[in-house]
Design a protein around this ligand. Structure first.
Ligand code: PMV
Length: 325
């Protein structure tokens, strides 16, 4: 049976960094994110008795770099379904990968939903989130709708994401500024392994539960100023951990810093806009929907910004009939 899924990437407001169990991808802390309407992965999976090995194509090319990780994920699905059949996987992203836009989140969410359905499994949202988490941690947050919390948990069964608010809870937007399409040198999976080499990491973990609680309260009340200040504080804390890890992880490029300085300037001039950034160089700007056009225009005036993408809060991963083969 051939099944196709479409999944959004997500932007974490309170981030996941570091694991308490490497093989199960159990995070050191809980995280909160929003699904992004215009950063999407589509994946078609078919288990086919005539195949001798899994074939994986990514954006029109045979995939080699991440093929082993995808195969491992297919093995998790085969184990759950009690089958050994090999699969054909075709996947497409509508945005650059490896630049800090969390393509592994949308990628493993789409793969989990498509592969589980293609294998004949009927998994609940919780079970799909647990499955996606094992492919890429942040992928578990791309399964439920809207604004989402990943409960860190202390076992595979207790570490999954739930929706806190539906996509229409708050009409904020996330405007992405792509400052370079070059993939980062160290992937987040690799970077996470050295999180505790930063002297500041233990301090971060000590106060992270407080940040989660604060973010939940702010989201519920839809307080943009408090939200933006907490989001920026969190992004800068994450990058402080990166640059003080051993070896150091320097993801921000001159273009990223230029955008960050510009955001502070625009704010001083009265525009309510805030930045966040993940493991990479591309910047996410958060503002009210009514200010999106203005933010796009200002971003496009910065020479290093190659592209902008406006995202609204979105639904999670779902099946579609638009197959890729
Ligand atoms: O799920 P991974 O391994 O791609 O790591 C995601 C890490 C961050 O994007 C920096 C934070 C997050 O919670 O999305």
């Amino acid at each position: 049976m051939k099944r196709t899924a479409i999944a959004p990437s997500n932007i974490a407001f309170i981030k996941y960094w570091g694991k308490k169990d490497e093989s199960l991808r159990l995070p050191a802390n809980a995280s909160i994110s929003m699904n992004l309407s215009d950063l999407l992965t589509t994946t078609t999976v078919e288990f086919d008795q005539s195949l001798e090995s899994d074939t994986i194509s990514f954006n029109g090319k045979n995939e080699t770099a991440t093929a082993e990780r995808v195969r491992k994920h297919l093995n998790r699905v085969r184990k759950l379904a009690g089958i050994t059949t090999k699969a054909k996987v075709v996947t497409e992203n509508n945005f650059p990968s490896g630049t800090g836009l969390s393509s592994s989140a949308s990628g493993y969410a789409a793969l989990s939903v498509a592969a589980a359905a293609a294998a004949g499994l009927d998994l609940s949202e919780k079970e799909l989130s647990i499955l996606a988490r094992q492919g890429s941690g942040s992928a578990c947050r791309s399964i439920p709708d809207g604004f989402v919390q990943w409960r860190d948990g202390d076992s595979s069964e207790t570490s999954y994401a739930v929706s806190l608010f539906a996509p229409d809870h708050w009409d904020i937007v996330d405007v992405v500024g792509v400052v370079s399409t070059s993939p980062k040198e160290t992937s987040s999976s690799e970077g996470q392994k050295i999180a505790d080499s930063s002297p500041f990491y233990t301090t971060r973990l000590k106060h992270i539960d407080g940040k989660i609680q604060r973010m939940r309260t702010i989201l519920e009340a839809k307080e943009l100023k408090a939200f933006g200040e907490l989001v920026e504080d969190e992004a800068l804390e994450l990058h402080a951990i990166y640059i003080t890890s051993h070896p150091s992880l320097i993801y921000l490029l001159p273009g990223s810093l230029k955008v960050m300085h510009a955001v502070k300037r625009w704010r001083a001039e009265g525009l309510q806009v805030y930045f966040t950034v993940n493991t990479g160089q591309d910047i996410h700007l958060l503002c009210q929907k009514k200010d999106a056009t203005k933010v796009v225009k200002l971003l496009e005036e910065i020479p290093e910004v190659q592209k902008t993408i406006v995202n609204e809060p979105a639904r999670g991963a779902r099946l579609t009939e638009k197959h890729l083969f």
